[in-house]
Design a protein around this ligand. Structure first.
Ligand SMILES: NC(=O)c1ccc[n+]([C@@H]2O[C@H](COP(=O)([O-])OP(=O)(O)OC[C@H]3O[C@@H](n4cnc5c(N)ncnc54)[C@H](O)[C@@H]3O)[C@@H](O)[C@H]2O)c1
Length: 267
């Protein structure tokens, strides 16, 4: 028995959105820490075959659309049949185009002309998908009398995004993004209340902006100057937070919103 409360060695963990900027880092870091990681993503940008698993042990990419309850149900069943259990779930997927790319320009449209179909799709991807994964993973955790679920929210779960940071007239952060992230906090608390008596923990993390590759320096400077640490986060700066919440080190923590935003929302 490992004496380190932060250890996640041998734990079976699902990471959603695991082909994305942050999710890929989470999947790799958890694998390096000894977890058996199922890296779920729709793999729209890069085919699953190009997902780099070299040098990472027990890291399994799975192509899945998280908005499909049927697909999630089958993927959960496959893991349980292979591993016998699921110990951790990191709900990280969302529609979140990085600044500095040409992706998703319609996600930055003025609210008066915002496409309602897109709004619905974002709620489906960012929020309903978490309900679906928790619905199908939680029975196995309850049966095992243990498990940890981490739902990724954002600093905009508790504050509005300040669009002046774009310095681009007519460009606004999606209203569905902030609404869905605020709802992630409520959804997480409610699931924590449901699962607590079964020794299954559910926590949210509200993270700040990340200087992913391609984010222009001037934007990073403006965005970073809005928090106490005066910089954006580096892509690897949330890995240990995720590991902590999955591990026994956080064994008395549930229903929480862990804020990791360089002090932005405390200011
Ligand atoms: N990057 C930031 O600055 C930042 C800041 C605060 C919060 N967050 C949150 O962190 C998480 C990760 O952000 P990121 O920047 O890595 O985003 P990203 O866009 O790089 O990654 C998101 C991933 O989710 C996947 N995905 C989207 N819809 C899916 C679906 N229906 N089924 C399966 N997979 C799907 C995408 O394919 C993508 O790989 C998100 O929840 C985001 O809201 C990010």
């Amino acid at each position: 028995m490992e004496n380190n409360p932060f250890s996640i060695k041998g734990r079976v963990v699902i990471v959603t959105g695991a082909a994305g900027n942050l999710g890929k880092g989470y999947a790799r870091a958890l694998s390096q820490a000894g977890a058996i990681v199922y890296a779920w993503d729709i793999f729209k940008e890069h085919p699953v075959a190009s997902y780099e698993v070299d040098g990472y042990k027990d890291l399994y990419p799975v192509k899945i659309d998280l908005t499909s309850e049927t697909e999630v149900m089958h993927a959960v069943k496959n893991i349980v049949e292979t591993q016998g259990t699921i110990d951790g779930l990191v709900n990280n997927a969302a529609l979140n185009p990085a600044v500095g790319t040409d992706d998703g320009t319609d996600l930055f449209a003025p609210y008066e002309s915002y496409a309602i179909d897109l709004f619905r799709k974002e709620i489906d991807t960012n929020l309903t998908s978490m309900m679906i994964t928790m619905k199908h993973v939680s029975p196995h955790m309850m049966h095992a009398r243990g498990g940890s679920i981490v739902n990724v929210a954002s600093e905009v779960a508790v504050i509005a995004h300040d669009h002046r940071v774009y310095q681009s007239p007519g460009k606004y952060k999606s209203p569905a993004y902030a609404a869905s992230k605020a709802a992630v906090l409520g959804l997480s608390r409610q699931w924590a209340a449901r699962l607590g008596e079964h020794n299954v923990r559910v926590n949210a993390i509200s993270i700040g902006g990340v200087q992913s590759p391609g984010v222009p320096d001037d934007f990073a400077h403006r965005f970073g100057s809005m928090n106490m640490l005066q910089r954006m986060a580096q892509p690897n700066e949330y890995n240990a937070t995720i590991q902590y919440l999955l591990s026994d080190a956080s064994s008395f923590m549930t229903g929480s919103n862990l804020v990791v935003d360089g002090g932005k929302t405390a200011w």
